[in-house]
Design a protein around this ligand. Structure first.
Ligand code: ATP
Length: 234
């Protein structure tokens, strides 16, 4: 049996009086890539935010290795070994590439991922390492955001909208890095607008619709028509 690393259990969460998630059950097994697909506003980002402490929920609603972590502060959740590559990258634009990467490793667990290894994964970052965050293309910023998460040597990385707004050639480079990340022992949840791309690289998927999981399984288990119906709620 696969070990469940990170899971949600009847997760309900929202923003003030607005409820966005209505009892979500999702599980990420060790060593796998789980794709989260679903239309705009379905609740994918809110799910990741609840997993990383950016949105409040009950302790038992999010578990890491079976232990309740729901509602813990983001820094405490990060110390468990859960890192996020947020939508919009959120780099420190006044800092250089290297300074942004080093920040990701501060107070982090030691492990296989070092500056050198990240530069080997994304050689363009080595060339640009003294450049400020402002001088980077969107794709290069995404590489820095991924590198920053890797510097924490996490067990899990949550990628929110990994390819949104990036040119196709850059998306290819970003996706080319995924196997090395997974082979290093990191499990991943991938939020991706491009359903075909997401399904092509994931072991399992969960389709989110109006704050609930409408379909979950392996990509080969369902036809495209069934997945599309779950996506649109038809
Ligand atoms: P998208 O691809 O558009 O980011 P999503 O599936 O990630 O979609 P969420 O961002 O999780 O969806 O949004 C779920 C619901 O919560 C939506 O109705 C959205 O309008 C609402 N929402 C998201 N962020 C906030 C916020 N900060 N305050 C209030 N409501 C929010």
């Amino acid at each position: 049996m696969a070990e469940v690393l990170l899971s949600t259990h009847g997760l309900k969460a929202g923003y003030g009086d607005f409820q966005a998630l209505f009892g979500m059950d999702v599980a990420l097994n060790r060593g796998e890539v789980l794709a989260l697909i679903g239309a705009n506003g379905a609740g994918k980002s809110t799910l990741l935010k609840a997993m990383t402490g950016l949105v409040r929920c009950q302790p038992d609603m999010v578990r890491f290795k079976g232990e309740p972590i729901g509602g813990q502060r983001p820094d405490r959740i990060a110390r468990h070994g859960i890192a996020m590559v947020p939508e919009g990258r959120r780099l420190f634009r006044s800092l250089t590439v290297e300074e942004n990467l080093v920040i990701g490793g501060e107070r982090a667990r030691k492990g296989a991922w070092t500056l050198e290894r990240i530069y080997a994964l994304f050689p363009i970052l080595n060339e640009r390492r003294k450049n400020p965050g402002t001088a980077l293309s969107g794709g290069q910023q995404q590489m820095v955001a991924i590198g920053r998460a890797l510097m924490a040597n996490p067990e899990v990385i949550l990628f929110d909208e990994i390819s949104l707004g990036l040119a196709p050639v850059v998306i290819k480079d970003i996706y080319a890095a995924l196997p090395a990340i997974v082979e290093s022992g990191i499990s991943a949840i991938l939020v991706e607008q491009d359903v075909s791309r997401a399904l092509a690289v994931s072991n399992r998927f969960a389709c989110v619709q109006e704050g609930k999981v409408s379909l979950a399984g392996t990509p080969s288990q369902f036809s495209r028509a069934e997945i599309t119906a779950a996506y649109f709620g038809t």
